[in-house]
Design a binder for this molecule. Structure first.
Ligand SMILES: Cc1cc2nc3c(=O)[nH]c(=O)nc-3n(C[C@H](O)[C@H](O)[C@H](O)COP(=O)(O)OP(=O)(O)OC[C@H]3O[C@@H](n4cnc5c(N)ncnc54)[C@H](O)[C@@H]3O)c2cc1C
Ligand code: FES
Length: 264
């Protein structure tokens, strides 16, 4: 297991940047030092060039790092102006990022079998986790949910990482099980027991997954999304309300939290 890295500024160069599904792009960037130290569940804060008035960076998780090549892969949704400008970056273009940020998933070497549940572009940090689990003795299954078949990414990558079972759900039934990721999770829970659940996706989905995990007394880690401005703990824009009444900063004390600590 790699040691968690210090958050700092890194220059990067775009190696690849192309669509992989409807509204989803995959970018591979070269950032040698970061590729050696970033751990699954951490994220990077990217400065996207092209508009000097846009000073806020874009927080993005990563789905693979290759220390030999010095590269990091990110799958991102085209949401607004910043991610659209990111999509227009070409191989050879450069910029900088702040990272590796946040705490990352807690991987327990003694877990026998775990479940990864991804919704939409929440699949990015879970494929990063799947690729890390590939090197461990922990068996893992994965549920990947998307609105429609054409918006789906990650199934091939989950299989290639060694997932024992991959259940696909789509809202409209165009691929896999018609329904939500909670339905896929319940299907797997009928035949398997899990030591831990890891989830990332829309807030409402993670709330449902956390609830199912709680009903089955399975510890659950959630990777939360919040609006971020500084990205390094100074502004408290990204506060997450905790059950005990306190707040934690998603950018430095998250984005991964124990589901039972979060006010849903
Ligand atoms: C820790 C973390 C990891 C993330 N990882 C990924 C990832 O791997 N792949 C991916 O596609 N996206 C990821 N995101 C979300 C991504 O940061 C936003 O989609 C992006 O910042 C939108 O920027 P924009 O300039 O394109 O859109 P904007 O024009 O800034 O915003 C468009 C719309 O999206 C909303 N929005 C913007 N940023 C966020 C945010 N951080 N959380 C919730 N809503 C937001 C705005 O309110 C607005 O309605 C992550 C966010 C966080 C906090
Ligand atoms: S974004 Fe500023 S404290 Fe988290």
């Amino acid at each position: 297991m790699r040691a968690r890295s210090r958050t700092q500024l890194h220059e990067f160069i775009v190696v690849e940047n192309a669509p992989v599904a409807a509204g989803l792009h995959r970018i591979v960037i070269k950032a040698d030092k970061l590729a050696h130290t970033i751990i699954p569940g951490q994220f990077v804060n990217i400065a996207v060039p092209g508009d000097p008035s846009h000073i806020v960076r874009i927080p993005l998780s990563y789905s693979a790092s290759d220390p030999q090549a010095g590269t990091i892969e990110i799958v991102y949704a085209l949401v607004g102006e910043g991610t659209r400008r990111l999509a227009s970056m070409k191989p050879g273009d450069g910029s900088n990022l702040v990272g590796a940020s946040g705490n990352g998933w807690q991987i327990h070497d003694d877990d026998t079998r775990v479940l990864l549940v991804a919704g939409g572009v929440g699949v990015t940090p879970l494929i990063g986790l799947a690729r890390e689990l590939a090197d461990s003795n922990t068996v893992f299954d994965m549920v990947i949910g998307a609105q429609t078949k054409d918006r789906l990414w990650g199934s091939d990558q989950a299989h290639a990482a060694g997932a024992a079972q991959v259940v696909i759900t789509t809202d409209d039934g165009s691929c896999g099980l018609k329904g939500f990721t909670t339905d896929g999770m319940k299907q797997l829970l009928a035949t398997h027991s899990y030591d831990r659940v890891f989830t990332c996706g829309p807030q409402i989905m993670m709330k449902g997954i956390a609830q199912v995990a709680l009903e089955h007394a399975i510890p659950c880690e959630v990777s939360l999304e919040r609006m971020m401005t500084c990205g390094f703990g100074a502004c408290h824009v990204c506060n997450v309300a905790m059950v005990g009444g306190s707040y934690k900063r998603c950018c430095t004390e998250g984005p991964v939290f124990d589901a039972t600590e979060v006010v849903w």
